[in-house]
Design a protein around this ligand. Structure first.
Ligand code: 26W
Length: 814
């Protein structure tokens, strides 16, 4: 970037005056932040225009990434990194007498996602732009993203998140591309002169979709793609009728209903609540996006549909946008007038579907009754897709096997008929991928085995990745600088080059430099911990971090039980040999997930007791950091010594936090689940600590009949810890307040085999303790982890998608 400090400073001041409307004497940090963003945007918008022009002129094939979630976090540091302006901006801001980091704290996180799936979408749009692929992300412009978490008396309390209450510097409204979307109503069957059937949907409501564009700056800043998010509004056309009929108030009520659609992100992660508003959200953004895709295609090809499948590929981020399949069918058949079979073959060459979970409660189903009410024409189309599939394909492969037919049908028969979105997605897509090797294998063998028999080439794997720009260069600048001093500076786009650090893993000086940076990052995190929780922790202690959504399958409860066991060992033997340890959690629970919230409460109560117990002399500290989110992750990950990846084998599709932590030099304590397996392969078995049952052993144990009581009675320490939950030791005066956790593990059957894996987990931590005692051994392991994580660059994931699924060409933007 050939811009100097002086001119960037001038640009900030100019924008403080003309964009923000204030001056240096009275500007708040927020005003300065806005002025800096405006100065950056001056460079960004120019590139947006250039990128779009180039893509149009070259008439490129593009991927359209449909996702109900984009967990973007903050933009300022990231955009500066990608545009190559970090040093200049920092100097300019310093010359203005301001604290750069403090100003960055003014930016609210854009938290339009729950967890893994939404953050993956954010990493993917970064990589797509970095690699110069023509791509557009489509989603919903939620007014409220994921709730803010407060901890009050140890319990999670949710507050609404208002990320754009006073405007957002990074988005541009595009009223020229508004779409109108039908809902409800009924379908009329008509016949034309030749007797050909035509279906006419008479909607009961029309909703307006207003697009907001967010520039996505690729590293190196050649390509700037856009993320297009739809906001719902009442349609003018519909309102005028009501309004003219004297219904001023009714019209306002309609407005409120229409605007409810994009009001709030559903906070469930991995559980399907089946709510009408959620189905409407899904349809609303898919319909807007499909119309937008067609509008753009027609600009170059008018009404010639013969190139549509060459120009358009649509990736479905889980089944949440699967309604896009029948929507495209509706447009092609009802509006364009194509034959069913022609339209269907187009669809089957356009859509691809990524599965992100095997948990049965996460697999989306919509009741046929609800579908009929909200999307009557789509229900008919789904029935038609289904009957053709069952007649033409299933009967060929499985003759008269009614059981298989029932299983493969999009419609689940039962006391309430349901539409299975997973089956629809598989049937309507040309490729289906899982997100880590083991997960993709299980998608084939356990979730969709018969589909795999019908279409063996349809199923594939693309292991997840994370963007090293945000998750190393920007969040861990000291480590990034150390790396750049030893290897080619283009490692952020060629992450495999980190391998050149391997020989340095034995170098005492490099070990010392590496661990000194880790220590400095821990000092910074210790300040954050003090500010947020008032707990003091020693940066020389081992920082053991578990950060992810709270869910039983992720087994935060296993971590907690083990912490209690350590505490008990220290109480029984004050000389118990272990390094000083700090256990740090960050996790939001779905607001309706009772047990998850109990686990948060238990962590906080155990933390209170341990942190104030003089007897253990600060050898053990427990911290629950409130409101875990992308910007907090950026402070925690660089400071981790140990990364907890302890899901029950077979349950975590991939995980991506595991990659970020290992990349920043944390040692994984993990099960053989998801991408942990591939992390262990890359780092080598000696540089991770694996414990617990593997997928086959889990299946065997469950087949034989798992009985948690065997483990309770068979392990004195485990029994003592579980019994502790029934006392008032951690909840003075309130015995039994934590009992629900014990009950879930014993009386309710311990669905995620926590007790079965306990001893092995405890042994794994003893191994960690030993390793940590030898500073040089630990440093070497940490360095090798950083050095070997090149595979988990999301650029590699994107290249895999391009080669296996999307078949795109990159497009140079000058
Ligand atoms: C319908 C409710 C609902 C909401 C979200 C069901 C399912 C989801 C997501 C698919 C859950 C999710 O985020 N899955 C995570 O996806 C990550 C990215 O692939 C993986 O790394 C995680 O292992 C997986 O849990």
């Amino acid at each position: 970037m050939n811009l100097d400090v002086a001119s960037f400073k001038q640009s900030i001041i100019k924008h403080l005056h003309v964009t923000v409307g204030t001056d240096e004497n009275k500007a708040s940090d927020k005003a300065w932040w806005n002025a800096i963003c405006a100065a950056v945007n001056e460079l960004v918008y120019e590139r947006v225009t250039r990128t779009q022009k180039t893509h149009f002129q070259k008439d490129t094939r593009a991927v359209h990434y449909l996702s109900l979630e984009f967990l973007m976090g903050r933009f300022l540091k990231n955009n500066l990194t990608n545009i190559g302006l970090t040093d200049i901006a920092q100097k300019a801001v310093a010359e203005l007498g301001l604290d750069f980091n403090q100003i960055c704290e003014e930016e609210p996180d854009m938290a339009l996602g729950n967890g893994g799936l939404g953050r993956l979408a954010a990493c993917f749009v970064d990589s797509l732009a970095t690699l110069d692929y023509p791509a557009i992300g489509y989603g919903i412009h939620y007014e409220h993203g994921l709730f803010t978490q407060d901890i009050q008396h140890g319990r999670q309390v949710e507050r609404p998140d208002s990320w754009r209450e006073y405007g957002n510097a990074w988005e541009i409204c595009r009223p020229e591309s508004i779409q109108e979307i039908p809902l409800y109503g009924y379908v009329e069957t008509q016949y034309d002169e030749s007797g050909k059937i035509h279906k006419e949907w008479h909607p009961g409501r029309i909703i307006k979709g207003v697009p907001w564009d967010i520039p996505v700056v690729g590293y190196g800043a050649n390509t700037v793609n856009i993320l297009r998010l739809w906001e719902s509004r009442a349609s003018d056309f519909f309102n005028w009728d009501v309004f003219n009929a004297g219904g001023y108030l009714d019209a306002q009520v309609e407005n409120v209903q229409a605007e409810t659609i994009s009001k709030v992100l559903y906070p469930n992660d991995n559980t399907d609540a089946g709510k009408e508003l959620r189905l409407i959200q899904q349809y609303f953004f898919c319909a807007c996006s499909i119309k937008d895709i067609i509008r753009r295609y027609k600009r170059a090809h008018e009404n010639d549909w013969s190139h549509f499948v060459d120009q358009v590929v649509i990736q479905l981020n889980d089944t949440h946008p699967a309604i896009a399949i029948p929507e495209l069918m509706r447009i092609l058949v009802d509006r364009v007038g194509l034959d069913w079979s022609e339209a269907w073959s187009m669809c089957q060459n356009i859509f691809a579907y990524t599965n992100h979970t095997l948990l049965p409660e996460a697999l989306e189903k919509w009741s046929v009754r609800l579908f009929e009410k909200v999307l009557p024409r789509h229900l008919e189309i789904i029935y038609e897709i289904n009957s053709r599939f069952l007649e033409d394909i299933v009967s060929q492969h499985f003759a008269d096997n009614d059981e298989v037919k029932r299983k493969l049908s999009i419609i689940e028969e039962g006391h309430e008929k349901m539409v299975r979105m997973g089956n629809l997605s598989v049937i309507g897509s040309f490729k289906v991928n899982g997100v880590a090797q083991i997960h993709s294998k299980l998608v084939k063998s356990d979730l969709f085995p018969e589909f795999d028999q019908i279409w063996p080439d349809k199923f594939t794997n693309v292991t997840n990745g994370v963007t090293p720009r945000r998750w190393l260069k920007s969040c861990n600048p000291k480590l990034a600088k150390l790396i750049s001093a030893h290897i080619d500076a283009d490692w952020p786009v060629h992450l495999d080059k980190l391998k050149s650090l391997v020989p340095l893993a034995d170098d005492p000086q490099f070990q010392q430099d590496f661990m000194q940076i880790k220590l400095e990052n821990k000092v910074e995190l210790a300040h954050v911990i003090k500010t947020l929780t008032d707990v003091e922790v020693d940066p020389n202690a081992l920082f053991d971090i578990q950060i992810k959504r709270l869910h039983e399958y992720k087994r935060q409860q296993l971590n907690l039980i083990h912490i209690m066991a350590l505490y008990r060992r220290l109480l029984q033997n004050p000389d118990y040999d272990m390094p000083k340890r700090v256990f740090i959690f960050g996790a939001k629970a779905a607001p309706g997930y009772y047990l998850a919230k109990e686990i948060i409460y238990a962590i906080n109560k155990v933390a209170d007791r341990i942190n104030t117990d003089e007897r253990i002399k600060d050898k053990l500290k427990v911290v629950f950091l409130p409101n875990y989110r992308v910007s907090l992750a950026e402070k925690m990950i660089p400071a981790a010594d140990v990364s907890e990846q302890i899901s029950l084998a077979g349950k975590e599709a991939s995980g991506t936090g595991n990659m970020k932590l290992a990349l920043n030099g944390a040692i994984t304590v993990g099960t053989l689940d998801g991408a942990n397996i591939e992390i262990a392969e890359e780092a080598g078995e000696d540089n991770v600590v694996i414990f617990g049952l593997d997928v086959d052993e889990v299946k065997a144990l469950q087949a034989q009949g798992y009985n948690p009581w065997d483990y309770y009675y068979g392990n004195e320490e485990l029994k003592a810890v579980l019994d502790w939950f029934d006392t008032d030791y951690f909840t003075p005066g309130k015995p039994g307040e934590l009992s629900e956790i014990k009950r879930s593990l014993l009386d309710y059957g311990d669905s995620y085999l926590t007790l079965a894996d306990y001893q092995s987990y405890s042994d794994a931590h003893q191994k960690v303790d030993k390793l940590y005692q030898d500073k040089s051994v630990w440093a070497k392991m940490a360095i090798i982890n950083t050095a070997t994580m090149g595979k988990f660059n999301s650029d590699r994931s994107i290249r895999d998608y391009v080669n296996k699924i999307w078949k795109l060409d990159d497009c140079n933007v000058k």
